[in-house]
Design a protein around this ligand. Structure first.
Ligand code: SF4
Length: 446
């Protein structure tokens, strides 16, 4: 639990020497309690007090890392219950489940589907990050499937409560920092030992919230804190309640016992109904699945789920921006035109998509427009004749081009006259108002 200002005050030397910049130790303690000041600002604080405070001021929800290298992802680490309060930080990851009961055709089909769903949306690569492999009793088949899934280069979630099978499976993939979901009240000590030895993240299973609380406490006593909590799959309502209870207990109740990421097996809840599975996955992206396990993935369910995830895990306080610079399409030459757009990511990706569709060599000038759309940035004074002219002058395009044509977005045609004054020698052309008109416009441009 977090310490109150009074509790922190009792840990200070109570000298009121003002060296921390506050008039009294009490004033300093209140600021530390609110998170506005670091305890290190007091040069007289004891090591013992520092240790107590470090524990008390640690994040309420732990950030757990899984995977390695380019495939490493962080889970948890959230600080708010609702995205609009601040932001969510570590996106939900998607898993597709396999099992040793699956025949080769089904295995190959799901693997192929995972490979197919891989596309870019607003600068983010959309694909399934995890393969979950469930053990149902056929050990040699289980290990064989894990070996075959390695070619996908995904993070593994081993779903297995048999310690011997889990030990063999972990040995195959432990260097990739997988998750092992299978520790329970009966096998906890052996599973913690295995997780410690293999350096893997341990997923805990319990029949209810109270049992899960006791299980996490027991795991802490065994000295392990790289954990994920299984929200269960008894029924939809119970699983939802569990996921919310974990998060509320950690962030509102300030109890770190439940301050861990969660995993939700929506495939088990949906019982083969793919529409229900997609609806449940959407629910648990919002509340509060850190890993959502699906039976399969196709574009039909990936498109809405990945879009929702991107929306939920985008910081609402920051406009989605691309880097202001000159982008090149289809190897532009010294007589290629220069289109202008803004650095608002959605606008950029719509415009660049249409330019690619046109297959015409062009430069695309993206000035710093504050991450706003064309009309909004113009209305806010962020996209003006001066801003565009300065971006051209600092881009090096004037030296590179022997024919200087600048295509303005149609929505800011009003800037044409001012830009002509700012950029003598340039032909200023008013382009389309809508991005979808760009291919026709470029193909007809002389
Ligand atoms: S520096 Fe430490 S001892 Fe001095 S007033 Fe601040 S908290 Fe108190």
């Amino acid at each position: 639990m977090a310490l109150s200002g009074i509790e922190i005050f009792k840990l200070t030397p109570r000298k009121n020497c003002k060296e921390c910049g506050f008039p009294t130790c009490m004033a300093f303690a209140m600021k530390v309690a609110s998170g506005a000041v670091e305890i290190e600002k007091c040069p007289h604080i004891s090591a013992e007090a520092k240790e107590k405070l470090a524990e008390a001021t640690a994040p309420l929800m732990k950030t757990v890392k899984i995977g390695t290298g380019d495939y490493e992802h962080a889970l948890g680490g959230e600080t708010v219950l609702f995205r609009h309060e601040k932001t969510f930080v570590n996106k939900t990851l998607f898993a597709v489940q396999f099992s040793d009961a699956m025949d080769d055709d089904e295995l190959a089909r799901r693997m192929e589907n995972i490979k197919k769903v891989d596309y870019e949306r607003i600068g983010e690569q959309m694909h399934v990050e995890i393969v979950a492999v469930k053990y149902t009793g056929n050990r040699s088949r289980y290990l064989d499937i894990i070996k075959r899934l390695k070619e996908l280069q995904k993070i593994f979630v081993l779903v297995c409560d048999d310690v011997d099978a889990a030990t063999e499976a972990a040995a195959l993939v432990k260097e990739t920092k997988p998750v092992l979901v299978g520790a329970n009240n009966d096998n906890l000590e052996e599973m913690v030992k295995l997780a410690k030895e293999s350096g893997i993240v341990l997923g805990l299973n319990a029949p209810g919230v109270e049992e899960m609380y006791a299980l996490v406490e027991k795991t802490h006593q065994l000295g392990y804190k790289e954990l994920i909590l299984n929200a269960g799959s008894e029924n939809m309502a119970k699983t939802f309640e569990n996921a919310v209870e974990f998060r509320r207990t950690a962030l509102v109740g300030q109890d770190r016992t439940f301050g861990y990421p969660s995993i939700v097996f929506v495939n088990e809840l949906a019982k083969g109904d793919s529409y229900l599975q997609t609806a449940l996955a959407a629910t648990f992206i919002m509340k509060y699945g850190s890993i959502v396990v699906l039976d399969d993935i196709t574009y039909a369910n990936a498109l809405p789920l990945f879009a929702l995830r991107q929306n939920i895990f985008t910081d609402p306080q920051k406009p989605m921006r691309v880097e202001p610079k000159v982008y090149e399409f289809a190897n532009p030459k010294e007589d290629s035109p220069v289109l202008v757009t803004v650095d608002f990511a959605l606008t950029y990706f719509v415009v660049s998509g249409e330019i690619e569709r046109a297959k015409v060599p062009v430069y695309l000038l993206v000035p710093d427009a504050g991450g706003l759309s064309v009309l909004t940035s113009w209305a806010a004074g962020k996209l003006s004749a001066g801003v565009i002219a300065n971006a051209i002058k600092s881009s090096g395009l004037e030296e590179k081009l022997n024919r200087k044509r600048l295509i303005l977005p149609g929505k800011v045609a009003v800037l044409k006259g001012d830009i002509e004054e700012e950029l003598p020698g340039w032909e200023i052309i008013v382009g389309p108002s809508e991005a979808m008109q760009i291919p026709k416009f470029l193909n007809e441009l002389n």
